[in-house]
Each structure stands twice: as structure tokens, then as C-alpha cells.
Design a protein around this ligand. Structure first.
Ligand SMILES: Nc1ncnc2c1ncn2[C@@H]1O[C@H](COP(=O)(O)OP(=O)(O)OP(=O)(O)O)[C@@H](O)[C@H]1O
Ligand SMILES: [Mg+2]
Length: 242
């Protein structure tokens, strides 16, 4: 297997509050890794360590074999899509310009190419073409979420980081978005790290699931293995809520 993300003895604290004591983790290329744990367990921190938004106190993070501490963060992030709850769209740009943001940077002179990329990604996430000239505040929560995913994917990243992206939508929309992201993963082969509070979502989407407890990995395994052999009482409790 081909490791795409690796943490080696990564550590992060705020003052004397140790959030991530000593994280060692390998994520293989093409996996859909779901990251679940209580509020404050360090999920967002881990995600932001991957794209360099949170610097480490000690240890290293490697993306495609390169220590990100010595990488150019702009080009690193161009290869890592980031989708967050509430979509994080640019409010002053319409849907088309939001999705075209990174492709525009990359194909400065080739408008046609950017246009094609936008057309492709709105289809992939299941959005209607007539939404392209609307602004984010003229969209429903689920539509905003889809635009956020299309924008993250439009840069054709190798890695997609998603932080509770479906937290703010109703159950029906959430199920549709879950099915879509699963299909996108299967079609594109992009490596996904997906933070969630919802154990059902973690088990449904993940090819691997990480259960995080106070900044430490309680278990990292397939959804089947986690259900068959929970590593400790915390994991047992978590899957009993399913
Ligand atoms: N800038 C900061 N300064 C101080 N403490 C912080 C800061 N950012 C995060 N923390 C603390 O670090 C811990 C981990 O935060 P993190 O955001 O990673 O949790 P999380 O697992 O994503 O939680 P949630 O499920 O609520 O989003 C929390 O206790 C939080 O209060
Ligand atoms: Mg969080």
C-alpha cells in the first residue's frame, strides 16, 4: 500500500492543555478515513495539521512522503481540498466563481477549461446549472454544502479534508450528500479524511474509521472490525449508540 499521509510523534498543546499528546498514524492512498470522537477530542486539530493550518509543537506530518514543515504551504494546500461545516463559501462570489476559484488560479489564460471544470463538478455533486449565478445566501444549506464540496473538488486535489461537512443539514439531505460523497470517492479515488460526530455516518462512509479519545487513537480499523471487536469501553459505548 501507498501511504499518502503520515503523522510521526505529532504533538500539539495550548498552554498546558495537551490536545494531541503523541500521534502516530498512516493513511493509505485512496482510503476514505472517517475520524470520530467527542467534542474537544482533537478532530479538527488533526485535520488542520494535515494542511498546515495548525503547526505542530513536536513531531512531523508527511504528505506524499514530504515533511510539510519544509514544504511550500500554498502549493501543499492546492493539492488538498478542504470542506467545512456551513460550506465556507465566499459570500461575495456567485456559485460559478466560488467553484472556479482554484481552477482560475491554475488556468489563468484558459477560461474555457475552467468553465468545463465547473460544469463537470456541479454535475458530480448533483447541482442544477441554473444555480450558477446565485450567491451563497440565495441557496439552501444543502445546496451550499454541495457547492462547498464542488469547490473543494474543482482543484482536483489528491486529498480531501472534510470537517463535519453535513452537520447543518436535515436528515434527508444528509443521506443524499453521504451517498454522493461515497460515489465521488469511488469515481475519483481521492483520499478523504472526514470528521464526524455521528457514528452511523462514520461506519457508513469510512473504508477505515479512527476513533479518537482525548487526542489519542482508541481504534483505527475497518468499520466491520470496529463493530466486531471494539478496542475498549469507549468504542463499545460509541457503537452501542448506533
Ligand atoms: N486556538 C486555541 N486555543 C486554545 N485551545 C484550543 C484552540 N483551538 C482548539 N483548542 C482546544 O483544543 C481541543 C481540541 O479542539 P478541536 O477543535 O480539535 O476539537 P474537535 O474534536 O474538533 O471538537 P468538536 O467536535 O467540538 O469540533 C479543545 O479542547 C479546544 O478547546
Ligand atoms: Mg471540530
Amino acid at each position: 500500500m501507498n501511504t499518502i499521509i503520515e503523522f510521526k510523534h505529532a504533538r500539539k498543546s495550548y498552554g498546558d492543555h495537551v490536545v494531541i499528546p503523541d500521534l502516530n498514524l498512516k493513511i493509505e492512498k485512496g482510503e476514505f478515513v472517517t475520524l470520530i470522537g467527542s467534542s474537544g477530542s482533537g478532530k479538527t486539530t488533526i485535520l488542520k495539521m494535515i494542511n498546515g493550518l495548525i503547526p505542530l509543537d513536536a513531531g512531523s506530518v508527511y504528505v506524499e512522503g514530504k515533511d510539510i514543515a519544509t514544504e511550500d504551504l500554498i502549493s501543499l494546500r492546492r493539492n488538498i481540498g478542504y470542506a467545512i461545516q456551513g460550506s465556507g463559501l465566499f459570500p461575495h462570489m456567485d456559485v460559478e466563481d466560488n467553484i472556479a476559484y482554484v481552477p482560475n488560479l491554475l488556468n489563468k489564460k484558459d477560461k474555457q477549461r475552467t468553465r468545463k471544470a465547473v460544469e463537470k463538478w456541479i454535475q458530480v455533486v448533483g447541482l442544477e446549472r441554473d444555480l450558477l449565478d446565485r450567491y451563497p445566501d440565495e441557496l439552501s444549506g444543502g445546496q451550499q454544502q454541495r457547492v462547498g464540496i464542488a469547490r473543494a473538488l474543482a482543484a482536483s486535489p489528491e486529498i480531501l479534508l472534510m470537517d463535519e461537512p453535513f452537520g447543518a443539514v436535515d436528515d434527508i439531505t444528509r443521506h443524499m450528500l453521504q451517498d454522493e460523497i461515497k460515489r465521488i470517492h469511488e469515481q475519483t479515488g481521492v483520499t478523504i479524511v472526514f470528521v464526524t460526530h455521528d457514528i452511523r455516518e462514520a461506519l457508513k462512509l469510512g473504508t477505515k474509521v479512527i476513533v479518537l479519545e482525548h487526542g489519542e487513537i482508541a481504534q483505527y480499523d475497518t468499520p466491520e472490525a470496529i463493530q466486531q471487536a471494539p478496542a475498549n469501553d469507549y468504542v463499545k459505548q460509541l457503537i452501542s449508540d448506533k
